[in-house]
Design a protein around this ligand. Structure first.
Ligand code: GZL
Length: 317
């Protein structure tokens, strides 16, 4: 059974669950700040640690796995009580996770998974990344209602579990709908700048009139693509439908302005459930489920996006 958490229950409340955290030191290997969502996750994680009296050792890897591995080894050498990792890619973690296990230091994964034996980490707190892709694909199937639609896709960071799973889920949803076809697919590395550059290349290669929809694996790439679509003299949200994931404040603004059509919410509060599990394990050996799943929610232009923007804009994105 997956323990679901919700955005509001996590981010707004920020209340600690119990007082196991006295004098805990936790290392956090964060990928970097490639997206607004990632910045919010960092903000929330620091808030959660502070609320619980946890001494959080924060390391920003600037999107490089070798920097994450160095940071994790440093945490082990420091003898921290636990380690949080947001793994930039899915492979290459076995050795350093073995070292943490040998040092009896529990590891909790945030927002992405790894291809490693499950006994090498306590739990993973993530959304259902395949489901997110599914919801995005199904939204487009319903939106075009049988009309032909040539799709371009901005993938997340190559080799990351969200890029792999969100692609899988989207393709599952459009399978069997021959009117829908992905004609271009390339990584924009989850960033606005790359999302713009790659969308410009799609527009040049295909011609704007031949692109019906953009599926972006995150809102930051979608926002960059919106800029490129506008600079090509086209109307994002009308000439090219846009469906994305994260539901960051700027995506709600784009939805409210008719420049985006749908996004699937990803809570930035992975640390709340992660630290609950870590504290309980450190207190009395309680073993959590291997996967703590966070909820996903579809937002479209029909929602009160201005109100959601106002609620989210000060949450650290
Ligand atoms: C998904 C997470 C992704 C976000 C992006 O769980 O890893 O990484 O969707 C971020 O915004 O870059």
């Amino acid at each position: 059974m997956n323990i679901k958490t919700t955005l509001l229950a996590g981010v707004v409340a920020l209340a600690p669950v119990a007082g196991f955290a006295a004098d805990l030191t936790i290392g956090f290997s964060q990928i970097g700040s490639e997206s607004g969502w990632r910045a919010a996750e960092t903000t929330v994680t620091k808030q959660q640690a502070e609320e619980r009296g946890i001494d959080l050792k924060f390391a920003d890897a600037q999107q490089k796995q070798e920097n994450q591995i160095k940071a994790i080894r440093s945490f082990i050498a420091q003898g921290v009580d636990g380690i949080l990792i947001a793994p930039v890619v899915a492979t290459g973690w076995d050795e350093v996770l073995e070292e943490a296990k040998d040092a009896d230091i529990p590891v909790v994964l945030l927002d992405r998974t790894v291809d490693a034996p499950e006994d090498l980490y306590l739990t993973a707190v993530t959304s259902d990344l395949v489901h997110e892709g599914n919801v995005a694909g199904q939204w487009l199937v319903d939106e075009v209602a049988g009309a032909d639609c040539r799709i371009v896709e901005l993938q997340g960071t190559t080799g990351s579990s969200p890029a792999i799973d969100r692609k899988t889920g989207f393709e599952q949803a459009i399978k069997g709908h021959d009117n829908l076809e992905i004609v271009r697919s390339q990584t924009g590395d989850f960033t606005r700048s790359q999302g713009k550059v790659v969308m410009e290349s799609f527009l040049k290669a295909e011609g704007g009139a031949n692109i019906c929809a953009l599926y972006a694996h995150n809102d930051d790439m979608a926002v960059g693509a919106i800029q490129a679509i506008k600079e090509a003299g086209l109307k994002p949200g009308t000439d090219i439908k846009i469906v994305s994931i994260d539901a960051v404040p700027d995506a709600h603004l784009a939805l409210a302005n008719g420049e985006m059509n749908a996004t699937i919410e990803l809570t930035p509060n992975m640390a709340g459930p992660a630290l609950d599990a870590m504290e309980a394990y450190l207190a009395d050996g309680t073993m959590p489920a291997k996967w703590i799943q966070t909820e996903s929610k579809l937002y479209t232009a029909k929602d009160d996006n201005q109100a959601v923007y106002e609620m989210k804009k000060d949450l650290g994105y």
